[in-house]
Structure formats: C-alpha cells, structure tokens
Design a protein around this ligand. Structure first.
Ligand SMILES: C[S@@+](CC[C@H](N)C(=O)[O-])C[C@H]1O[C@@H](n2cnc3c(N)ncnc32)[C@H](O)[C@@H]1O
Length: 267
C-alpha cells in the first residue's frame, strides 16, 4: 500500500473508533496513559509540549492539566472530542498533519510524547527521527510502542491475514458482530484497531533502545508506569493497555507488552 493510502485509511479508522468512546472512557484512557508514561508535572510545567499522534486527545488533555505552557496534539484527523477542551483553548492546539513531516522548526519542543503511533506509520525510524528533530537539546522524549511476542499478538496476526493481507472479512461484518455481542465502545475500538489498521509492527525492548541510541538520545530507559494493582482497577472500567508487563501472565499473553522508553536530546 502507498504511503498516502496508509495515512488515509489509518486516519479514517481511528477517527471512526474514537467517535464512539464515552466521556468516562475518554477520561480513563487519559489517566491510564499518563500513568503508563509516568507523566509528572515537572516534565511539562511551563513547557512547550507535543503529543504526536494524539488521536482522541485524552493524553493531550492530561499534559495541559499538569501545567504545560502549550501542548500541540498532532494527528492525521481532527480529534472528535473538542468539547472536552473548553477552557484550555489557549494551551491546547490541534494540528492536522502526518508526523512523518511535522510543520515545526528544529528544536521547537521541550517535551514530546508519542504513544501507540509510530508502529502504525509508514516508517517508524523516519517518524522517530522527525520527533527528535523538533525536540530541543536537553528536552525529553517518551515513546510507547507495541512489543513483540505473546499469545494475543500471535492470534491477532493470524486474523490479520484475513482482514488486512487478503481482506476477506469486511470491517462492517466484524463491527456488526461486536455490536451484537454488546462489547463496550473501548473494546469495540480495540478490536477494530488491531484487526483493521493497515500497518502494525512490533518491537523488542532492545530494538526500541537502539532507536534511541542511533538518534543520539541520552539516558534511554524503559519505564514501567503501571503497577498490577492500578492495572486491575483500570481493567474494571474496560480501559486498554491495562496490564503490568512484568508479571508472568502478562508475558505469556502480551509478550513484551506495551514498551515505553524515555530519553533526552543531548545539549
Ligand atoms: C492507537 S492510536 C493512539 C492514540 C493515542 N496516542 C493513544 O495512545 O491512545 C494511533 C493514532 O496515531 C495516529 N497516526 C497514525 N499514523 C500517523 C501519522 N503518520 N501521523 C500522525 N498521526 C498518525 C492515528 O490517526 C491514531 O490517532
């Protein structure tokens, strides 16, 4: 598939999925993401921040809540939940663009985060170096990518043969099935996301570490923001990414899990 088609189909799929999240789920999703990446006020307070591939904008909101001077949410499609951003108009700015060519000058941001995005782009390495380009020397970057292995990803890859590679099973058919089984909007989003997003790559922690090193970032380290206890609480509310990747059960089901790394741009 051409880059232009990947971006068009990806943007349409997600804006459709995010439009059916309830406000409560939207809030939980923001909270769980903030916890997963260990978002602290001192990283963003009075800083210029970027949420690259912000999607629903729930994490963008959390960054603004923690005192950012400004936070730019960039995505292929506008966020569907503008209503939530009332009162933060001067702080949150949404920009429709591909992160493969960001409309910002070099060294623009103090803090950049991107969760669950780069593995869906046409080129993960190019997208990451583009993020590093717009990060100020001394600035901090946090990246969340899908990890390799685990029962769940293996089963999904089998399904994706029939949904993406040889598209025999239509999205509408799966969506009608999901609705008839009364899955929650968040589960509906997650199933359609995994089965129909055009590009989905998975990484090992070593590969993510290398991505940081080849881009000259300092102090790269893996972050485990979500404890088992808090993961369990979120799970009760049907929120996604809610497992502690260090437990044996998570390793069996999700392999490396959702890998989050942070690093700093050298001065
Ligand atoms: C799985 S969602 C993640 C949303 C949010 N960051 C989160 O963690 O919940 C992936 C998002 O990345 C966006 N995306 C994918 N490729 C992109 C690209 N090349 N440029 C900008 N956004 C992109 C999609 O439109 C979608 O909103």
């Amino acid at each position: 598939m051409e880059k232009i088609d990947v971006e068009k189909n990806t943007g349409n799929l997600y804006s459709d999925c995010f439009s059916f999240l309830t406000e409560k789920e939207w809030n939980y999703q923001g909270e769980v993401l903030a916890e997963l990446i260990c978002l602290k006020a001192d990283s963003v307070e009075n800083k210029v921040c970027l949420d690259a591939g912000c999607g629903h904008g729930a994490l963008t909101w959390q960054i603004a809540e923690k005192g950012a001077e400004s936070v730019y949410g960039v995505d292929l499609k506008p966020t569907p939940k503008e209503i939530k951003f009332v009162g933060k108009e001067g702080v949150i700015k949404f920009i429709q663009s591909s992160i493969l060519g960001l409309p910002f000058e070099d060294d623009f941001f103090d803090f950049i985060v991107s969760t669950g995005v780069l593995h869906h782009t046409f080129d993960t390495e190019k997208a990451f170096s583009e993020l590093v380009r717009v990060l100020k020397p001394g600035g901090k970057i946090i990246l969340g990518l899908y990890g390799k292995h685990g029962l769940f990803p293996y089963v999904l890859s089998l399904f994706r043969i029939f949904t993406v590679r040889v598209p025999l099973i239509r999205k509408k058919f799966i969506d009608d099935l999901i609705k008839s089984f009364k899955f929650s909007p968040m589960q509906r989003y997650q199933i359609l996301d995994y089965l129909y997003v055009p590009v989905l790559r998975r990484y090992s922690p070593k590969q993510v570490m290398n991505l940081f090193l080849i881009n000259g970032l300092k102090n790269p380290e893996r972050i485990f923001g979500l404890s088992s206890i808090s993961a369990k609480e979120y799970r009760k509310n049907g929120t996604v990414y809610t497992y502690d990747s260090r437990t044996l059960l998570s390793k069996l089901l999700f392999g490396y899990g959702f890998i989050v790394f942070s690093g700093e741009k050298s001065v």
